[in-house]
Design a protein around this ligand. Structure first.
Ligand SMILES: [Zn+2]
Length: 269
């Protein structure tokens, strides 16, 4: 990804974004075009699929289709912007010790069998998937890359002042899954969007709370690894509860949890 950043096609986009942000409030500034999220995602997807030792594929077409069908329903939410642009394609990884899922920039979703087996209902899975979709939708990786490079560096690139070696150093900091390490604020935003997306579905919008319950107080290396990509301070639990309260969401019904269907699914794994 090193030379890509200094390609001619990138420069006008960087300039355009910077100039429009000077005039209007932009919120989190992301100087990367959406195509960069797509390119990074496709690259990660390729690397992950090639590394079958670290990411052994779980060859169960029915299970994959089941998880994919939940994703397909979530991305129909009116709050999902990049439906049709990002693939939102699911792959399952066979690792029962990993209670985790992740999403690359550009929307390639990976779910560990450890997560599928640890949770008890469909709403939990939908909550986690909504959260992962939000990381791609909110473009958290390229936002962080923008912050890391710094606006000045981006301007230097645009103006042709930056030395390639410096860029190379910065780019190296983002190789591998380091890019997927989310900040606390990214986590909170992803929880918030998971809630928003799920409100347009049949599932209880606070589904991710059940996931928090599962990992809270659990030890072991798989949880440590999970927390390295998804920090879980008490605030996230409190904020999800506050969101439910503010929206006057009643306690979930069985129809919103789909525990029975999920139990059958788990037996098939
Ligand atoms: Zn996350």
């Amino acid at each position: 990804m090193t030379n890509h950043l200094v390609s001619n096609r990138f420069v006008p986009i960087a300039l355009a974004v910077v100039s429009s942000c000077l005039l209007t409030y932009c919120g989190a500034i992301n100087l990367f075009p959406v195509s960069e999220d797509q390119r990074l995602g496709a690259q990660f997807d390729k690397e992950i699929k090639a590394d079958t030792k670290q990411y052994p594929p779980y060859a169960n077409a029915t299970a994959k289709q089941y998880v994919q069908s939940i994703v397909d329903r979530i991305v129909k939410s009116p709050d999902v912007k990049y439906r049709g642009t990002f693939p939102y394609h699911v792959e399952l990884i066979k690792d029962d010790g990993m209670i985790n899922a992740f999403c690359t920039p550009g929307g390639y979703i990976y779910v560990y069998t450890g997560l599928l087996k640890a949770i008890d209902n469909e709403a939990t899975l939908a909550g986690v998937l909504g959260h992962e979709i939000a990381h791609a939708e909110r473009r958290h990786s390229t936002n962080r890359m923008t912050t890391q490079y710094g606006i000045q560096t981006m301007m230097d690139i645009a103006l042709g002042k930056s030395a390639d070696q410096n860029l190379q150093l910065a780019a190296n900091a983002f190789t591998g899954l380091g890019l997927l390490q989310n900040s606390r604020s990214d986590e909170e935003e992803a929880d918030d969007y998971s809630f928003k997306y799920l409100r347009s579905t049949q599932w209880f919008p606070g589904g991710i709370l059940f996931f928090f319950d599962k990992v809270k107080g659990r030890g072991g290396s798989s949880i440590e690894r999970l927390l390295s990509t998804h920090p879980l301070p008490q605030d996230r639990i409190d904020e999800t509860n506050a969101r439910l309260k503010k929206a006057n969401v009643p306690p979930p019904t069985e129809a919103q949890l789909n525990t029975r269907a999920y139990t059958d699914f788990k037996r098939s794994l």
